[in-house]
Ligand binder design. Structure first.
Ligand code: ZN
Length: 384
């Protein structure tokens, strides 16, 4: 069966439904419409799409209520990747002098989708902008413009459009705008423009007070300029925004405390943090801190006690690695450590809270569902 017939079946079903509807509402016109519909349908089935389109264009001119036929046909072509045909349909409609004004935005939107599908972002952008001129409240046009600017990494333009949607849906749009500002802050960081970095990061927090990424940008900046005390304060604030994200900054935080040589304070802080959030699995970090400040035996005692109450592969691995040193069964222990290490690799990582996408790399924009800020360090089920 040729591929086009697959496309024609749903079109045919759509037409029959439209016919039925037409029959219900316009009994007088029904017989002419029906015969014209069947004529067009027949052309379609014979793969004579040009002729079919001519029939449908005439139909729509005599009765604009039949415009749904065009939209259905356009969508099917688009779905099948036949953008040229979809574009032809929608351009044909726009060119009709008798086109009622209220259909204009809808057709422009459809044409915009055709261009998006064909990868012609510039043209799609132009059309969605035109829709906004006709109907400044069109969320669909705004949403698509945002997607285009996001794709093109034109963060300023994305912000411009998204800001207008902010008041209506702060919970969804706020985090998006925040991430656009974080992208800008990131660029400023690369350029070494610290004041702009801070400026953008603060704007991000203005639109989304719980934007962890913005806080990390500000804290990293403090750390890089040697302001360890201030950096610690900012890193530790992340707990209020999203406790699980503390894992993302734990190494940087350790670095700051080390620069200040305040291992005791670090130990106290980590123990308190672990008590507040058991799912953070900080035992190994705490054990390493203890090892450096009080020696290996303290680390072993701490871990042995913790493993009993909250067993984890990572904790077990570290404990074995401590105990394995200096005893005869070194080789056995090494194998054991290696095995646990492999098991642990399987269970460590990041998970998208929106779509469940699992990854070993941390992303701010989920590569699977395109959601900002939803990929988080995942709690490892098998460890509990
Ligand atoms: Zn996702």
């Amino acid at each position: 069966m040729p591929a086009w017939t697959l496309a024609v079946v749903p079109v045919a079903i759509g037409f029959l439904w439209l016919l039925f509807r037409t029959k219900q509402s316009h009994k007088k016109q029904q017989s002419t419409l029906s015969s014209e519909y069947f004529k067009g349908l027949n052309y379609l089935l014979n793969d004579e799409q040009g002729k079919a389109l001519d029939v449908f264009v005439k139909l729509v001119e005599s009765n604009w209520d039949t415009i749904d036929t065009h939209f259905t046909l356009g969508k099917i072509y688009r779905k099948n990747g036949e953008m040229d045909k979809a574009i032809k349909i929608h351009q044909g409609l726009i060119a009709r002098p008798s086109l009622p004004e209220h259909y204009r935005s809808k057709i422009l939107l459809e044409l915009g989708y055709d261009y998006l599908g064909a990868g012609w972002f510039d043209r799609a952008e132009g059309l969605f902008k035109e829709v906004l001129i006709q109907d400044e409240k069109s969320k669909e046009a705004r949403h698509n413009l945002i997607l285009i600017y996001q794709q093109e990494k034109d963060w300023f333009k994305a912000i411009d459009i998204a800001v207008d949607l902010f008041s209506e849906n702060q919970a969804v749009v706020g985090p998006m705008i925040a991430h656009y500002y974080c992208e800008l802050a990131d660029i400023s960081r690369t350029k070494g423009d610290i004041s702009q970095l801070e400026n953008h990061a603060r704007k991000a927090l203005h639109y989304d007070a719980s934007c962890v990424r913005a806080t990390i940008l500000l804290a990293d900046q403090m750390k890089d300029s040697g302001e360890d005390r201030k950096a610690i304060k900012i890193y530790e604030d992340i707990e209020k925004q999203d406790a699980e994200s503390m894992i993302l900054v734990i190494d940087s935080l350790l670095g700051c405390y080390e620069n200040l040589s305040s291992q005791d304070k670090l130990y106290e802080y980590l123990v308190a943090l672990q008590d507040r959030h058991e799912n953070l699995f900080l035992q190994n970090v705490i054990a390493s801190v203890l090892e450096r400040s009080e020696g290996k035996q303290s680390a072993i005692d701490y871990l042995s006690d913790k493993i009993k109450h909250q067993p984890s592969l990572a904790g077990l691995q570290k404990l074995v690695s401590y105990k394995a040193r200096g005893i005869d069964a070194d080789e056995v222990f090494d194998d054991l450590i290696a095995a646990i290490s492999v098991m642990q690799k399987d269970s460590m990582g990041y998970r998208c809270q929106k779509c469940g996408f699992n990854t070993n790399t941390h992303y701010w924009l989920c590569p699977s569902c395109n959601h900002w800020g939803s990929v988080k360090p995942s709690v490892i089920e098998s460890e509990q």
